[in-house]
Design a protein around this ligand. Structure first.
Ligand code: 5GP
Length: 115
């Protein structure tokens, strides 16, 4: 068994962080270092998958559940529009190897990707 990830420790209440939403297999917290007016993390309760590629291959229903939760939260915390980011691999900025989606929302019109 691997060491519990920081997100598992938050889920288990060992590290303080408000769980702002929860579904059967996923939960959400606010990012501790927000990069947008709304910056949430949507995370599977299981740490079985290290990144989104593993998750998509191993449990596409759970990936779908994460996206549904992101959509619900973007409607609750912003105007419903959102950017979904899965950093995948250290060179892409991934630091926690328990798959999670960054949900960015609110005032993203400036500095948008894709010119
Ligand atoms: P990654 O860099 O792996 O894509 O994303 C990890 C994210 O987790 C970072 O944006 C970081 O700010 C966030 N993070 C790391 N530790 C904590 C913590 O203890 N609490 C919360 N709420 N977020 C954290």
């Amino acid at each position: 068994m691997s060491e519990p990830s920081i997100f598992t420790r938050i889920l288990q209440g060992e590290i303080p962080s408000e769980i702002i939403a929860e579904t059967e297999n996923a939960f959400a917290i606010r990012d501790i270092a927000p990069q947008a007016p709304v910056h949430l993390l949507v995370i599977p309760k299981s740490q079985d998958y290290r990144n989104v590629v593993e998750l998509a291959a191993g449990d596409p229903d759970l990936l779908s559940e994460l996206i549904g939760l992101a959509n619900t939260l973007a409607a609750e915390h912003a105007d419903g529009d959102f950017r979904l980011i899965f950093n995948t691999g250290p060179a892409a900025g991934q630091t926690v190897f328990h798959v999670h989606a960054h949900v960015l929302a609110g005032g993203l019109e400036e500095g948008r990707l894709g010119g």
